[in-house]
Design a binder for this molecule. Structure first.
Ligand code: SF4
Length: 310
């Protein structure tokens, strides 16, 4: 993916309070010294610790956001490898048998933790380019992982709606990604050239009052995300915020739960062989405008990693 920025992308970066130093027609690959200062000096960025490591609550708004056309629906009455009467999340061994549609159904039916009692919708995820069959996962080189649904996400069934979602969309648009980009089923050329992105959360149900996820909830829900990743096979994962980073890196980074988010940034981690780049949660960035430039540096690092992966 090139970082040749068009006027629209530059306008988005301006909205993010990110100054872009390279000319419109130059390719960032050919001009590494023109990267934002924060990226050109990774040791400096890695040493920065965010003043606020906790995930900010999602802004509260009255009313539901209408479900977008390609948001994954709450599926009912569909064939599934999971016995419908179980009403709980199948554990890892059972999840291995599930295709994409079966996994959607498993999430919709899940009662494995108490968060199921207060939810309006489960939030499976959104994005990727159209598969040729519902059983197959969407094509998505990029997987974006956040923490948990907020109020609007719970009402709409879609992750990252509202102001934080708009900022995330702007960030993704700036590097050429769009959760709503679609390709016609069977359009193999589009599937091979476009880079889809899929957006999901660690938790599929909203914690009450947008509190932080509890360890037991993460433990129950993680197998669902793990199966999503197995099926999607993304080329890169962008972890948004502390909970997503700690969850994805708990097996590869010793004592990750004691490491501030700022020290996880600026380097490339691994999740089961897939590169992971950590950045701030968009809800945090809404309140910490000064860290938007650091988030842009993280995105540039992720783009480089994705390019290097071929
Ligand atoms: S949060 Fe996850 S584990 Fe808990 S009920 Fe929802 S889908 Fe199931």
């Amino acid at each position: 993916m090139s970082l040749n920025l068009d006027l629209r992308q530059r306008a988005m970066l301006q909205e993010m309070h990110v100054k872009v130093w390279w000319p419109l027609t130059r390719d960032v690959e050919a001009q590494p010294t023109m990267l934002p200062t924060a990226l050109a000096q990774p040791s400096a960025t890695a040493a920065v610790v965010a003043p606020e490591q906790a995930i900010a609550p999602q802004p509260q708004h009255a009313g539901a956001t209408p479900r977008r056309a390609n948001a994954l629906p709450q599926m009912t009455g569909l064939p599934s490898a999971v016995p419908a009467e179980t009403g709980v999340t199948p554990r890892s061994a059972d999840l291995q048998r599930l295709d994409w549609r079966g996994l959607q159904q498993a999430v919709a039916d899940c009662r494995a933790c108490a968060l199921s009692q207060g939810r309006s919708h489960t939030v499976f995820g959104i994005g990727g380019l159209a598969p040729q069959a519902m059983e197959r996962p969407p094509v998505a080189d990029w997987l974006i992982v956040g923490e948990a649904p907020g109020e609007q996400e719970d009402l709409s069934g879609e992750p990252f709606v509202g102001p934080a979602g708009q900022l995330l969309d702007n960030m993704l648009h700036a590097i050429g990604l769009d959760r709503h980009r679609q390709s016609a089923p069977g359009d193999d050329a589009a599937l091979q050239t476009a880079q889809g992105c899929f957006i999901a959360n660690v938790l599929k149900c909203r914690p009450p009052a947008n509190r932080n996820p509890e360890a037991g909830e993460v433990a129950q829900c993680l197998p669902l995300l793990q199966r999503q990743i197995e099926l999607l096979q993304p080329k890169i994962i962008l972890a948004l915020g502390r909970f997503a980073a700690q969850t994805l890196l708990q097996d590869s980074v010793p004592d990750v739960h004691g490491i501030p988010l700022g020290k996880l940034r600026g380097q490339v981690h691994q999740y089961r062989g897939i590169p992971v780049v950590v950045t701030y949660h968009p809800a945090y960035l809404l309140r910490a405008l000064g860290d938007k430039a650091k988030a842009w540096a993280d995105l540039c690092l992720a783009v480089q990693v994705r390019q290097d992966a071929g």
